[in-house]
Structures are given as C-alpha cells and as structure tokens.
Design a protein around this ligand. Structure first.
Ligand SMILES: [Zn+2]
Length: 1022
C-alpha cells in the first residue's frame, strides 16, 4: 500500500512516563488516541525531482492528510530530493558501477584516515569494474585485502563456543544474580510471581548442539552465482547452503541457531521451566557492528540502522522474511565520541551529485577515465568530473587527493549548500510561545516555571543575533504582546472575537530577541503575576493557534504550546469524549485515539507547509484529548510532553530541564529528508512524526538529535542482480547560524540469496523500532487487542520460518529455536504489547497517557526505545556500603537485573530506570542505617511524601551522584525520581511492580507464558 506517512507526533517523553503518576492514583482507563495516519501516496512512482517552487504564502491550506501535503511541495525542498534514477537498463547495471564488487571501492581508498585496522584498501585489483559479469563470490567485501582488519574472530556462530552465541545465554544466566536465583529474599509478597524455585536448571545448552562440521566456504552453493558472499562473511556466519538446502547437504549444516528448552526440568516434579536461562538484554542495546567491520566507510549505525544488513536478492526470498525489511534513521544523532561530522564546502565547484539520480558524491563512487569521470554507486550513471574537482588517479585507480576529501572517505558528511538550494534566504531561528493562562495554568505553577525557564534560556537559544521570539497567551480571549524594541514594557492587546481573528500589529509580535531583549525579559518577569488571580476556566486554544499561525507563517519556526485544559471555545473545541471504558473492545475503540476534529490535522498540514514545527506541552490532570492536540506535533515533526496533574513543586524540575533542552538543543530548521537506495528496491512506507511531502520526501520543519524515523523497504524487481545495495540519507536544512546545509549519510549492504544469512545479519534494535511504530499505528485503526496480536503473529511467523530451516534435521520439537541475532526479539515483542500505548485495557492507562506515550515512542531513537521497553533495574545498597570513592563506570558497579519481582530482595535498595522515570525501591528489611543516611529524618515516613534530597553524609552524596550520572547519560528527558517502600500499595504496584514486565500481573502474560504461547503457535502448521 501506499506509503504511509504518519507522523506520529513526536511527543516527547515527558509524558506518561516521566511524569509522576499522581500520587496514589490508580491508572485509569483511557483510550488511545492519535490521529490517523496520513497517507502518502505512492502513486507517483519515483518522483522526479521537483521543481522548486516559490513560496506561496497565501496558499490555501491543503488537504489534511498527509497525503495532502504533497501538493504543496514547498520550495525549499525541492532540490534536495533527487530524482529517482530511471532504471538503467538492466544489463548495464551490474557493471561498473559496483566496481569491483564491493571490494573495489575500498581498495581504492586506502586512505589514511582510517586506522590501520580498518582500511581495507588496497588490495587487489584496482579494479575497475567488471562489467557485465557477476562477480565472483567473495566480492562482497573488501575483505581479503583487509584481512588483518576487522574480522578477527572467526565465525562465531556456530558450534563451538566462539564468542558470539554462547554469550547470549550464558551471560544472561549466570549473572543472574544471587537474589534472583531464589536465594535469599524471595518475597512472597509479590503477586503473581511463581515463587517456586525452579530455577536451578541444568545447564542448558543454549546453542544447540552443533554437529556438523562447520561449513566451509566451499559450501557455497553454486547457485549463488552472482551474489557472492564475502568469504569472511561466510566464514563468520557460517553460511550454509542457501535456504532450501538439498537434502544431501544436511550433514554439512552447521547449526548456528540457538534454542531454548521448554520441557520440564529433569529430576523435578515441578512442571516448571528454567526461566533463568531465558535471554535478557541486560547489556542494553548493542549496535550492530558487522556492518561497520565489513564496510568501514559506512556511516555509523546510530544514523542509519537496517533491520538486516543482508538484503534479499529476490521478492520470493523477501517474502519468506517475515520480519520488517527496512531501517531506522536518526539523521542528526550526536556523533560518536571523538568523531565529528566533517563540514564540506565545494565552493565554486558546486556540489558533486549524480546527474541522473541526484545522489551526492560519497566514498562508494568510482572514478575512471583517468579521473575525468565518476560512476554513481546508486544508479551507475557515468558522470563528468567538473574541472575544478579533477584529480589524477594513482595506479590503483584511487584519486591522489583522496586524503583531503572527506566526502570520499567518510560515510557521514555535512555539505554547505549554495543558493540554488534555497527558495528564500535561510530563515532565522524562531521561537513562538502559545501559553494557556487560565486558572489551572496559574494555580499549578506552570506559568511561573515556564516563564522562568524561557528567561533563563534566552542566552542559549541558538542563532544569536538572528533569533526571533514572540508570545500569545489565552484563556477565553487572546492576548497579544507588542515587543517592539523601543518600548520599555510590552503592550498587551486583547482580542475577544474568536471567530474572525484579528492580529493587531503583526510586525511587532515576533521580534528580534537581541534587539528587544529588555522587553522580552520584562514580559517574562511579569507573566506569572499578570495572571495569578485569573479565574477564567475557558480555553480558546483553536483561535489562539490560528493567531499564532498568522503571526508565524511568513517565516516559520518552532511553536511551543503550553496547554492546561481541554480546548473549550472557538474552532477546534473538543468534547469530553475520552475514557468511556465501554468502548474498549468494540469497533469504535480506535476512534478515541484519533483526532476527532479535522481542524487539528488541517492546522498541522498548514503549519508544516509554512515551516512551523509544533511541540505540545500538556499539563492537566483531567482529560484534555491528547489524541487531538498531539496531532499537531505528529504532522509537524514535533513532540508531545505530558505532565499529567502538573504541580510545580513536584514536576517543576522535570519541566525546567525538558523545556530548556527543547529550547537550547541544536535544531535543523525548514528541513526535508529523502533516502535514496539502489535500483530494484525502494522505501515504501515511513513511520514517525512528520508529513510526507511527496512519495518519498519527509517534511520536517524542525529536527534535532532526539528524533528518529523508521521506514520499510520493498523490492521492486523480482531479482536483484547487484552484489550490494547502497543507501543514502540526505537532510537539507537551515542551520541556526543561517547556513543552508545538507547532511549526508551513506551506507552499503550486501545482497544475499540465503534466508539464513538474513537472519544472521538481523538487528533486533532496528526491528523492534519498526515494530513498535507499526503497532502504535495499528492502534489508530484497530482494537488494542488486534494490535498486540499482530505483533505476536509477526514474531510467530518469523520464528516458524526460521524453525523450518533447522528443525527437521535436528528433531528439536520440544525446543524453541531462534537465531542468535534475534534472541531478545520475543521479549521485546512482549514489552511492546505491555508498553503504555498498547497495554491491556481501559483500566490500565488513561487515554491521554496512552496517546502521549504513543506520540513519544514514535520518535524515539533505537537505544532510548529499547531502554524504555526493557528498563534497567539494579541493586545499589551493597554498592553504597562499599568504601569505593568513584563510580566511573556504572556498568561495572551496577549489574542489571531481570525485570521480575524475583530480582528484588527485601533487604535491598533498588533503582528502576526506564529513561523517563527513576524509582527507588526500599526493601522492607533494608538496614535502617541506610534508610537514615539517605532520607534523614524522613526515613520512616510514608515515602509518597518524601522527596529525595542530599544529606550530609557520604552515602547520600554517593547516591545523588549516581542519580545525576544516570540523568546525564541521556539528557533527552529528565527522569523524575520516586521513592517507594516495599508493601506501600497501591503506589508500589503502580510505580514498580507493574513495570516488571517479565512477571504475570493482572491479566497480562509473563515471560514464561509468552514464550510458551509463541512456541505452541510456531509448532502449529510448522
Ligand atoms: Zn545516480
């Protein structure tokens, strides 16, 4: 189907997660909400490049849905996107472009920049291209030449205990800490946990036995023909004969899969399972690196992560891969430590791009004809090298100036764009604030915190001295503020006609910050006071939004909305439709999660068109229809921050940190993003918060390092004939400094003929990211139950197909079989089903909470999402008692524990950290000395009334340093810290127990049952 663009509003995290549940409050039911997705149509085939168009300010708003967007095509955009390459004739394709198969390109660049180890370079043949024929096997990687390099250890997968596989299990098992295995403190009190001690299982063979002789290279099936596997790769992964191995080959099969015993424990009368042996991601996200080793010039995986680094060569192979085939892209991710994305200025030469497909020059293009031509790695077009960019080639075909050309050696670069990439002068950074000042906004302290935080950030807003700023406040009327620099105090103008909005003094509402600094500060100082006695309950939100749009649409910018109640007056007025538990389980359920009034989607479309990105901050403890409000963020590339029941004394810090980050983080303005890929495949759907402007162009009015996007790939041809496929992400944007730039990330992946290889190269983090987004989208058109079942069914299908590869020969009927690369997939799948947007029913999460979480999760980068799905739990009391002064590496000190009540010892102190919330759990039998040290005189009090503060003793300081460090590790959200003592119900259940996702709680499935369910279903029809 068409591309979907859905952008879920990116909401930010604060929401559900972070903010504290109202003390004592029990979760309520809610419905999910979110807007529907837009659809991008794909009707247009690979679009041609779009002409740039002039901005038409007055243009009529376009159609709402994303789809609609496309007409617009804003000018800016156009250039970025290249056109899709016209299909080169098939014969020509394979040839040259890919140069020496894979290896070729590397070889040419023995560039110094890479540490020895990585350079694959030089090697063999300088190759040029083998035109016409299929490359010999091995072509895939540069390997041989590079041998010394990367691939050190041999194949792990198989048999023996190489490193790889085994760890999986072993790690998870043994480490399981003492308390986990039953020892000491089992607490009977935990509901639902099977307290038996089944745990001692006999050592399980995790990787099933290996038998056959390891496959050797020789085993490459003849058919592989053109798609050679790289030897190393092969060796490493043990390729076995491609899928559908001839029976005769059975013996040669090497087992490279893992399995889990699901039968009873020998010698035990208990019908239990050895659940301690189940795989758990206690090391957090592990970025795939085989990709990096194979292709050192690829961009880092934090920018682009494929769901499998082995691309299927045919549609029939792809159809047997039941997992998503696609990628997660985080174009502005912070660079890995010690690395910077080089900034390149082509100056008068102009940016070097393929004439046909508009690909940017990159490390995988090849130079020929003595340096006068270059071949595009994506469409294989032979392009002229501009005179000013000419360089002689050395004997290996490598440009002599290679070392001075980061764009030819680095997978990620940033290029300064000349004027052709602008349809208007680059916009200045603009921050516009739309602030609810009704009674609850003032009473909760929200106004004061917001005003103070904005004021404190004025020096750090990006873009000085061009930065602009403006404000509108509203309750039942709209209040505009003249901030002209010649004034000493702002002038407030009230507009009460909500139907026909009039914007007074349009030129003085949005002002240059440095010129009007005094007026702006005066305004922020007086704002809380002006409305401290306001008793107005109404919210003319829609009219206020329209007014803000009228002020901003000349230039665009970031619109920050602070909303404390449900919009009650004028356009966009919302009804209290949420939270009717009777709707759950019916066909009307999903509608609660979608914006009801088309006003919201329409406004979002209009804003995106005019380069306005919206972040929504919501604070009410009552239903405010986040489904509708969040739509504004979703389609403008923004986020939703949710602080239900906001009270400045409790949530003030969190709001201060998160708003400050939102205001001061580096932002890319008026952006568009496109991803190109080689012939024969294309990206067919996009998932995240954005609007699709054409079939494959994402409109992102404001982007930053905290935003990621998922997408799925489709094979357009029945058979791919190239040994590799290239991907190139291009983000065209305006930097805060006023420069127009293009951030380009390039990567290559091998094409394979073997399903097993696809599994071996699978990346669970990327797959889970795509799945999560798909599941949340599904809740917008289906019941929660259906969305959860869909996830389970996808995993079942994938593992069943995998089982079919191995089970028959090995009679593993009683075992669950899975590839090492996907050992955590079943657990993450269960976590998705238990996550806030998808969890059980009306009683388990409020509708607003679900929607806010959904908007947030749609935008999260992989690492952050995985941590939310399987949070950290570690014990700290023993560590606090140790004299150690430093805790440099938290990982060494604090070992993560399985998320199950069995991990908790009532004599301990634990920290739960999901990136949005920190919970300190005090065991009932924790030493009173520790409690006194940490809590001072409050040590025996009801912990819901206690705030953690630093005490005058080493232990307390040590703990506070730890918490600070945890927060600094990921500054994108500011986790609030909650204290709870064992047995304090219902808080304990709400804050911690229900988040121990391995447990069976209430009607939810525990890890053991989940695995059994999967196993049963996999065996059906197997
Ligand atoms: Zn091209």
């Amino acid at each position: 189907m068409g591309t979907e663009n859905q952008g879920f509003p990116a909401r930010t995290a604060s929401s559900p997660f972070a903010s504290a549940p109202p003390p004592g409050a029990a979760p309520q039911s809610g419905g999910p909400a979110t807007g529907s997705e837009t659809v991008g149509f794909r009707p247009f085939p690979p679009s041609a490049s779009q002409p740039t168009r002039p901005f038409t300010p007055s243009g009529p708003p376009m159609a709402p849905p994303v789809g609609a967007m496309r007409p617009v095509q804003s000018p800016l955009v156009s250039q970025i996107p290249g056109v899709r390459p016209p299909p080169p004739s098939s014969n020509s394709f394979p040839s040259t472009a890919y140069g020496p198969p894979g290896g070729g390109s590397f070889q040419r660049f023995p560039s110094p920049p890479f540490p020895a180890a990585q350079n694959p370079p030089r090697g063999p043949p300088p190759t040029q291209t083998l035109a016409g024929h299929l490359s010999p096997p091995m072509s895939l990687r540069p390997q041989q030449p590079m041998a010394p390099v990367t691939m050190g250890p041999p194949p792990q997968s198989m048999t023996s205990g190489g490193n790889a596989p085994p760890p999986a299990i072993q790690q998870s098992m043994p480490p399981v800490n003492p308390s986990y295995s039953g020892g000491v403190g089992l607490q009977p009190s935990f509901p639902g946990y099977p307290s038996k001690q089944v745990l001692q299982a006999p050592p399980m063979p995790f990787q099933s036995a290996s038998q056959g002789p390891p496959t050797t290279v020789s085993s490459y099936p003849p058919q592989v023909g053109g798609f050679p596997q790289h030897p190393n790769l092969a060796a490493q992964q043990n390729l076995h004969p491609s899928y559908a191995p001839p029976p005769s080959n059975v013996q040669g099969l090497v087992e490279d899969f893992n399995s889990l015993s699901l039968s009873n424990i020998p010698g035990s009368l208990e019908p239990g399972l050895d659940h301690t042996s189940f795989p758990r991601p206690l090391d957090g996200d592990v970025e795939p690196n085989s990709f990096a080793e194979m292709y050192p010039m690829n961009c880092h995986s934090r920018y682009l992560r494929l769901t499998t680094s082995a691309i299927p060569n045919s549609q029939s192979l792809a159809s047997r891969w039941h997992l998503p085939l696609g990628a997660v892209v985080c174009p502005l991710a912070e660079a890995p430590e010690g690395e910077e994305v080089p900034l390149i200025d082509f100056g008068s030469t102009g940016i070097i791009r393929c004439r046909r497909c508009r690909t940017y020059v990159n490390p995988y293009v090849t130079f020929t004809d003595s340096g006068r031509k270059w071949r595009c790695n994506i469409c294989s077009m032979l392009n002229d090298v501009p005179g000013e960019y000419f360089s002689h080639l050395d004997a290996t075909g490598r440009r002599m100036d290679m070392d001075q050309r980061p764009e030819l050696t680095k997978g990620s670069v940033e290029i300064i764009a000349p004027t052709e990439y602008m349809v208007r002068p680059p916009m200045p950074p603009i921050y516009f604030f739309l602030i609810d000042v009704s009674i609850s906004a003032s009473k909760s302290g929200m106004l004061e915190v917001v005003a103070q935080t904005i004021k404190s950030c004025l020096d750090n807003l990006p873009g000085y001295p061009r930065t602009q700023i403006g404000f509108i406040t509203y309750d039942s009327t709209l209040h505009f503020y003249n901030m002209k620099s010649s004034l000493s105090q702002p002038q407030m103008m009230v507009v009460s006609d909500l139907d026909d909005i009039f914007v007074p003094l349009p030129d003085d509402l949005l002002v240059n910050l440095s010129e009007s600094r005094n007026v702006v500060e005066a305004f922020l100082d007086s704002l809380p006071l002006m409305f401290q006695d306001n008793v107005n309950l109404e919210s003319a939100f829609g009219p206020a939004l329209r007014a803000a749009f009228m002020v901003m649409n000349q230039l665009g910018g970031k619109l920050l909305i602070f909303q404390n109640s449900i919009p009650s007056l004028g356009a966009g007025r919302l009804k209290l439709r949420g939270d009717d538990p009777r709707v759950y389980g019916t066909d009307k359920e999903y509608a609660l999660r979608v914006a009801e009034d088309p006003f919201y989607k329409q406004m979002a479309a209009d804003c995106t068109k005019f380069q306005i990105g919206i972040n929504v901050y919501a604070f009410s403890d009552k239903y405010t229809d986040i489904a509708s409000l969040g739509t504004l963020a979703k389609y403008t590339g923004g986020q939703v921050y949710y602080y239900p029941g906001f009270q400045s004394s409790i949530h003030g810090d969190k709001l201060r940190h998160e708003l400050a980050r939102d205001l001061t983080r580096e932002t890319a303005w008026e952006s568009v993003m496109r991803i190109r890929c080689g012939k024969g495949i294309r990206f067919s759907s996009y998932h995240g918060n954005f609007m699709l402007r054409s079939t494959d162009l994402l409109a992102l009015p404001a982007v930053d390092c905290d935003k990621a996007y998922a997408m799925q790939l489709t094979l357009e041809e029945t058979l791919l004939t190239t040994p590799t496929v290239y991907f190139q992400v291009a983000l065209l944007y305006t930097a805060s400094c006023g420069e127009r730039r293009i951030r380009v990330h390039t990567a290559v992946a091998p094409v394979v003929t073997d399903l097993g290889e696809m599994y071996r190269q699978a990346d669970t983090g990327s797959i889970v990211s795509v799945y999560t987004r798909l599941a949340i989208e599904k809740t917008l058109s289906a019941k929660l139950d259906d969305a959860r079942n869909a996830i389970q069914q996808k995993i079942v299908k994938a593992l069943r197909e995998y089982r079919n590869l191995h089970a028959v020969q090995h009679r593993l009927g009683s075992r669950l079989i899975y590839p090492e690369s996907l050992k955590f997939l079943p657990l993450y799948g269960m976590s998705i089903c238990k996550s806030t947007p998808l969890q059980r029913g009306a009683a388990d999460a409020s509708l607003d909470e679900r929607c806010a979480a959904g908007f947030t999760m749609m935008a999260l980068p992989v690492k952050k999402l995985l941590k939310l799905l399987y949070p950290n739990l570690f014990r700290v009391d023993e560590w606090l008692l140790k004299p150690s002064a430093d805790h440099d590496d938290l990982k060494d000190v604090l070992r993560r524990l399985p998320l199950a009540a069995e991990s908790l010892d009532s004599r301990g102190l634990y920290i739960y950290d999901d990136g949005f919330r920190l919970v300190l759990w005090f065991g009932r039998m924790l030493s009173p000395d520790i409690a006194k040290n940490l809590l001072g005189t409050d040590f025996a009090a009801e912990l819901s009334r206690v705030t953690l503060q630093e005490q005058e003793n080493g232990m307390s300081k040590k703990l506070m340093r730890l918490i600070k460090k945890v927060r600094e590790t990921d500054p994108s959200y500011h986790p609030m810290c909650f204290l709870v003592r064992q047995g304090e119900q219902p808080r304990e259940g709400f804050l911690l127990l229900r988040n121990l996702i391995e447990d069976q709680m209430g009607g939810s499935t525990g890890y053991v049952d989940w695995i059994l369910q999967l196993h049963r279903q996999i065996q059906q029809n197997a």
